[in-house]
Design a binder for this molecule. Structure first.
Ligand code: ADP
Ligand code: ADP
Length: 228
């Protein structure tokens, strides 16, 4: 469960990115975050994965008050949250296998478990045959699948995805959405920022709209609600 209580975020240069955001996201929900560029969507997600801390207000993820976390506790919270970006952010000199296994090495999982689990998630994202490829040898959709495999390899309870289909063609985007739905179906909460009207209006889910740092709309099975 993710809970934001009257969250304000002001960056060092004085930009007010969030202004009094309160919201509750239950375990196993799939939520779309929509709104114009600069509205505060990325900031909202960065607070969830503790890339940023709130200026004011409380945010808790699975019962941890993550704005007040002691530094040595941060890795424990981070491993429980998988993050996916528009531009994949794979390590270019590591193979597909190594990119995924790396996320488990960081948390010091035993080698045997790493191998088993890495092959398991590669299978799940449909890329078993690509384990030895380098990211640049893959199409954009395949690279995003690797990024998804990396995000789920440690079995996080939450996935945060910042425009995961932003660089992909429509057909590839649907494939990525099917995969995210499958992951959600298996029990992972998903928070996804998107500008993809087509997807939001077809795969209907909860929609939270942010404008100017505040939530202006929050609907179960909502619509995209913008021209584009
Ligand atoms: P969105 O994801 O909806 O495009 P962001 O959360 O990225 O919105 O940005 C919200 C506002 O905060 C914007 O005005 C943006 O320019 C500003 N902003 C984002 N990150 C920083 C930062 N590190 N320093 C200063 N301002 C920032
Ligand atoms: P897209 O046009 O969809 O981005 P590509 O045409 O780049 O995809 O790739 C099509 C297929 O060929 C993919 O399965 C990709 O993994 C494979 N591929 C592309 N470039 C290479 C390469 N240099 N070595 C091995 N496989 C490659």
């Amino acid at each position: 469960m993710i809970e934001l209580q009257d969250i304000w975020k002001t960056y060092a240069d004085g930009t007010h990115a969030l202004r009094g955001v309160s919201v509750l996201i239950e375990r196993n929900e799939f939520v779309y975050l929509v709104g114009p560029s600069g509205a505060g969507k990325s900031t909202f997600m960065k607070l969830i994965y503790r890339e940023e801390i709130p200026t004011k207000g409380q945010i808790s993820v699975n019962g941890f008050n993550i704005g007040k976390l002691k530094p040595r506790k941060i890795p424990y919270v981070r491993r429980n949250i998988g993050v996916i970006f528009q531009d994949y952010r794979l390590l270019p000199k590591l193979t597909v296998y190594e990119n995924i296994a790396f996320a488990m090495e960081v948390i010091e999982a035993p080698k045997r478990i790493i191998k088993k689990r890495t092959m398991e998630v590669l299978e799940l994202v449909g890329l078993r045959g690509k384990h030895a490829s380098l990211p640049q040898q893959l199409s954009g959709g395949e690279q995003q699948r690797v990024a998804i495999a990396r995000a789920i390899v440690n079995n996080p309870s939450v996935i945060v995805a910042d425009e995961p289909t932003g660089n992909l063609d429509p057909e590839t985007s649907w494939g990525i959405m099917n995969l995210l739905e499958e992951i959600n179906f298996r029990g992972t909460t998903i928070v996804m920022a998107t500008h993809n009207k087509e997807i939001v209006n077809t795969l209907r889910k909860r929609v939270i709209a942010i404008e100017n740092g505040t939530i202006v709309r929050d609907e179960a099975r909502g619509e995209y609600g913008y021209e584009n």
